[in-house]
Every structure is written in C-alpha cells, then in structure tokens.
Design a protein around this ligand. Structure first.
Ligand SMILES: Cc1cc2nc3c(=O)[nH]c(=O)nc-3n(C[C@H](O)[C@H](O)[C@H](O)COP(=O)(O)OP(=O)(O)OC[C@H]3O[C@@H](n4cnc5c(N)ncnc54)[C@H](O)[C@@H]3O)c2cc1C
Length: 400
C-alpha cells in the first residue's frame, strides 16, 4: 500500500531547466493545480559549469536553492519518481507515495553513467581526474587545470546521446588560452578525444574549432572514446574502430557517458524500437503519440534536436501553449522547430556561437547576421555575462 496518494491536474517530473521553466509558463497561463516533483535541494545553471572548470566563473554562482526557483503557486513534492504507469496515470515515488495526474510533463534530464568506463569511478576520487559535468568536479577541474605547468592533459567526450555533448571541449580551449598566456602551453601535450569524425559535426563550426585546435597545438583524436582508466598508473586507454592506444596522463578531464534514466527506459513511454529509451514524443507538439496526457521535453525527451538548454527556451513555450490548449478542449497547434545551440567557449574571452536546426544546418537567431557563428568577443559576453542573468530572471520565471 502506498504511504499516501494525491492527485494534481498537472504534474511536472524534474525541476531542472525544463521543469521549472515550463511550470512557470503554465502558472502564467493560469494553470492552478500544478505539482513539481524533484528530490534535490539545489538548482544548477549547468552551462556555467564549463566556465567554472575553465577558470572564468566561481562555482557558487551556478547554484541556487531549489525552493527559491520553484514558481509561486506550484506544489513542490521533494522526492524522486521511481516508476510511471501511464495507463493508470500514476507515479510511484522513492518515499513510497503515489501521485496521480490528469497530465504529466516528463523532464528528469539525462543520466550520467560514470560506471560505464572501467576504472573511471575510482579515478574520480584521485587528485588528477575531474569533469565539468558535475558541480563538485567542475570546481576541482578549475584548480587542476590552473596548476598544470607541463605533461599530458587528456580531455574526453563520450559517444552516444549527451547533454550539450561538445561542452567537454570548452574548458580545454579556455585552459589552453590560459597556459599560452602564462607561457607553459608549449610544454603541455593536450589530447582531445571525440567520438565523431570531425570535432563538432557542422562544417562551418568545425572550421572555427579546427583553427583554434591548430592555434593551441591540440592533438585531436576523432572516432575515438575513453575505454579504460587505470588511475594508479595514470594511464587511459582510448580507441575506436582503428584500434586502442594507451596514454599516460597528468590530468584527465572526462565527460561521462550518458543515457535515458533507467526507470524511464524501462517504462512504456519509450519507443520500443528506439534503443535510447528516451520519452517518445511528437517532435513538433512535444505530446506523447500513444499517451495523449503525457508530455516531455528537455534532455529526457526523444526530440530530434541536440540536447541543450537553448532548445528548452522554445520547447517550454510550445509545450505550455499546447497543454493549455488541450486543457481548454482545443487542439495543440504550437510547434517546436528543432532549434539547438551550443556556445563553444574557445578562449577565456571568445565564443563560437553554434546554433543549428534538427538537420544540423546553421540556424542563427538573428537571421541577417550570417557570420554570427564565428569566434567573437560579443558572443562570450552574451554567454558568460548576459545569459546567466536571463536564465535566473527570465527563463526560470517563464518570461522568455
Ligand atoms: C557541463 C554542461 C554544460 C552545458 N552547457 C550548455 C550550454 O552552454 N548551452 C546550452 O544550451 N545547454 C548546455 N547544457 C545543457 C543543458 O544544461 C541541459 O540541456 C538542460 O539542463 C536540460 O534540462 P532538463 O530540464 O531536461 O534537465 P536538467 O536541467 O538536468 O534537470 C533535470 C531535473 O530532474 C530532476 N530529477 C532527476 N531524476 C528525477 C526523478 N527520478 N524524479 C524527479 N526528479 C528527477 C533532477 O534533480 C533535475 O533537477 C550543458 C550541460 C552540461 C552538463
């Protein structure tokens, strides 16, 4: 028997970028009975983790108490969902409670699978391994990269689905810029491991990044991934179809393999034909094709775009409009176009602003500014200074 059972008109699973923003939009649209389930005390602005690791932001500015960002009028259930029964319109929580809903919005993000690389979990506890993908490890990365004066530094990006996959590269470019400024870059072998055949996958962006890679003297390994970490020996094995290679490292910076949360992948919300396990949605309306009272967005949804916060700005708008239409007995007519963005920080003062559509074509927000993707100081100011303010004050409050 469940501990308690309660019902809400709309339930949001996950209070991250997507969950808080869509809940705020729904409150603005007048939805009154709204609950949000999230176990965590803290809310993070993850794009700044890269700046923390790269030495251009303090960790403390990336986090705020979750209670401060939950929109007024939204009931916060501080627990984790462990299963969903979409036929019964019911959720089971870790604490044993049961929650039923008229509509549910599924956005618990992506799962970080650190244990998928043998030796990685143990390696994270050693002084020379860090990552910009976790709050504590980003702060650790910042100090580690700052103190390198020579030797080998390896950065890795995993294959498969990932949240802002290219973010693994950002602290690397920033660190190279710093090492060059203090005169030690020539003494450091910088290795970048990417699973793709080019560094980013969009020709114009590749060109910009390849120029920086040549400028910093980075050794780029394409079609490769981190296969094993032997932290005691300070050795990684990287490789791909071409074979495996052992590299001794002084510092290792890892982006973890990622996947759909296990409980979601095991549910009937995922498309059985899609191995990814993410929530199946109509990629335009963000409504589930088989369960009309299930909606999904953000990193947990099987949308066609790359997984990023920039996409959520549009997705939350579309989903809120469509859900309100359905609650009012109308058809959902708002459509998400597949927009995605990944601002690639390529120095401590410049960014390559990569905006693209679902087909991987450049998709600039300012249509007449065709060269907006090129390395620029203005993009850095926008990414580092303007966007964090926009996030806390306008995005999380459902205003944009
Ligand atoms: C290092 C890094 C850098 C990034 N840089 C950029 C960038 O520069 N630009 C950009 O656009 N995007 C960037 N992103 C991606 C962006 O942060 C994500 O796409 C975005 O946060 C996804 O939002 P979400 O709501 O889907 O998931 P999240 O923001 O991850 O939120 C998920 C929430 O669900 C909660 N949750 C998890 N499991 C459960 C459960 N079982 N029950 C209830 N709640 C649960 C979690 O506590 C969390 O609060 C970056 C990501 C990372 C990691």
């Amino acid at each position: 028997m469940p501990e308690t059972s309660r019902h809400h008109q709309v339930v949001v699973i996950g209070g991250g970028n997507g969950g808080i923003s869509v809940a705020a939009r729904l409150r603005r649209e007048g939805v009154a009975d709204l609950a949000l389930i999230d176990p965590n005390d803290d809310h993070f602005y993850k794009p700044l983790f890269s700046h923390v690791a790269g030495g251009t932001a303090r960790a403390s500015i990336t986090v705020r108490p979750q209670r401060d960002v939950i929109p007024k009028g939204v009931r916060w259930i501080q627990d984790a969902v462990t299963s969903i029964d979409p036929d019964a319109r019911a959720l089971t929580l870790q604490g044993g409670d049961r929650v039923t809903y008229d509509h549910v919005i599924v956005c618990p993000g992506i799962q970080q699978d650190w244990d998928r690389v043998p030796g990685l979990v143990d390696a994270l506890a050693t002084p020379s391994v860090a990552s910009n993908y976790r709050f504590d490890l980003a702060a650790k990365a910042s100090l580690l990269l700052r103190d390198v004066k020579g030797g080998t530094v390896v950065f890795t990006q995993p294959p498969g689905d990932a949240s802002c996959a290219g973010a693994a590269q950002k602290p690397m470019y920033q660190a190279c810029d710093y090492w060059r400024a203090i005169g030690v870059l020539d003494r450091i072998r910088v290795v970048m491991v990417v699973p793709t055949s080019t560094v980013f996958g969009i020709p114009a962006i590749d060109q910009e990044l390849e120029r920086k890679i040549a400028e910093y003297g980075i050794e780029l390994h394409t079609r490769s991934e981190l296969l094993d970490v032997d932290a005691a020996a300070g050795v990684v094995v990287i490789g791909g179809p071409g074979g495996a290679e052992r590299i001794s490292y002084d510092v290792l910076h890892v982006e973890p393999p990622q996947s759909a949360p296990d409980w979601l992948a095991e549910s009937t919300l995922a498309d059985a034909a899609d191995e990814g396990g993410f929530v199946e949605v109509d990629t335009a309306t963000l409504r589930h094709p088989r369960y009309p009272n299930v909606w999904a967005l953000g990193d947990a949804a099987a949308t066609s775009n790359s997984k990023c916060g920039g996409a959520l700005r549009k997705q939350t708008y579309v989903l809120a409009k469509n859900l309100v239409a359905v609650l009012g007995g109308k058809a959902p007519t708002s459509r998400y176009d597949g927009y995605g963005v990944c601002p690639m920080t390529v120095s401590r003062s410049t960014v390559v602003w990569a905006e693209f559509d679902a087909e991987g074509e450049l998709d600039p927000t300012i249509p007449f500014w065709k060269t907006m993707y090129r390395e620029s100081r203005l993009s850095w100011i926008f990414d580092r200074r303007v966007l964090p303010w926009v996030y806390w004050n306008l995005i999380l409050t459902g205003r944009v």
